[in-house]
Write a protein that binds this ligand. Structure first.
Ligand code: ES4
Ligand code: ZN
Length: 319
């Protein structure tokens, strides 16, 4: 699917394909506990979010140098461009790297080497969103924001990801207040595995502009009405939901009902190397399996620019 679109929910570490993982492992002398790429791919059977996160964090061991992060981002941008992505707002998880002795500067500068030439090389404009790991402490998030201060000209906003249940948004009130004071945009994962109350809290306590996933809003008609009224964008990831068993099968995905309800939905890839497809593949899958009309698909593509952090004029030009 090459409909021009913006990708708003994409973890750069989740774009690490098995082939690149082995290449980087060899380059860095890191031993992976898998014989080859086939053996690794066979491990991509997930029960839930946590079982995926375990592998996601394990494979990051191969990312060590600026060049590794540059190669990772370049590979993603080339694939995204081939699927019609014109703008990408890219999450990264600095705490997962700092914990392994890889500094914030290595991560940001490495990614930046690829992002700085992305418009010329791939025709994709980019922005970086730094995520806090919600299963780490609030103090650790504050320290991460502090460590990012020399790089804030390269970071458009902050997000919240990793294991959701038991780690409500309110835990990160202080760091989101600090981020807002620094002029950073705010988003958060909420309502992926966690309850609708986490979505409400992300809006009311963290002041987020978009909800990442937000699927479980459908359990609360009152919340749906609020999200519709306030035009709060939801960054849905249909193939991710199937692989992480948030929905049983793609045919059961609530996307059509969400669009019918008037929610501002976007379709994104989350961790495409792990979940079976990039942005265009997600569009293709929902078109085929959910029978979305051409008009609905165009609405989704238009929403992706509307919900982006691009200046509005730019968004309009993209449409
Ligand atoms: C993630 Cl699918 C998903 N959910 C929460 N945190 C994440 N980090 C990377 N992928
Ligand atoms: Zn995500």
């Amino acid at each position: 699917m090459s409909l021009p679109k913006a990708e708003l929910h994409l973890h750069i570490e989740g774009t690490l394909e098995p082939e690149l993982a082995f290449e980087l492992a060899a380059r860095n002398g890191v031993e992976l506990p898998y014989a080859d790429t086939d053996a690794l791919r066979k491990a991509y059977r997930f029960e839930d979010l946590q079982s995926f996160l375990n592998l996601y964090y394990e494979l990051m061991a191969v990312l060590r140098t600026e060049r590794d992060f540059e190669d990772l981002a370049n590979a993603y941008l080339a694939r995204a461009a081939a699927q019609g992505v014109r703008h990408a707002e890219i999450f990264f998880d600095p705490q997962a790297h700092i914990a392994r002795g890889v500094e914030m500067g290595t991560v940001v500068e490495g990614l930046w080497r690829a992002l700085a030439r992305s418009e010329d090389a791939h025709g994709v404009s980019t922005q970086l969103i730094m995520c806090f790991l919600r299963d780490e402490s609030a103090q650790s998030a504050l320290e991460t924001l502090e460590a990012a201060k020399p790089y804030l000209d390269r970071i458009v906003g902050v997000g919240l990801d990793s294991a959701e249940v038991g780690h409500p948004p309110v835990k990160f009130r202080e760091v989101y207040e600090a981020a807002a004071a620094l002029g950073l945009r705010r988003v958060a994962h909420a309502g992926e595995e966690g309850p609708p109350e986490y979505i409400v809290e992300a809006l009311d306590v963290l002041g987020v502009e978009r909800i990442d996933h937000g699927l479980r809003c459908m359990e609360s008609p009152e919340l749906v009405a609020r999200l519709v009224r306030d035009r709060v964008p939801l960054t849905l990831c249909p193939l991710s939901n199937v692989r992480l068993r948030t929905v049983d099968v793609l045919a059961d995905h609530p996307l059509p009902a969400m669009l019918d309800a008037g929610l501002l939905c976007t379709v994104n890839s989350d961790d495409p190397a792990y979940f079976g497809g990039y942005a265009g593949d997600n569009f293709d899958s929902v078109q085929k399996t959910l029978g979305l009309t051409e008009e609905r698909l165009r609405e989704l593509a238009r929403n992706s620019f509307l919900a982006s952090f691009l200046e509005h004029d730019e968004g309009r030009r993209e449409r």
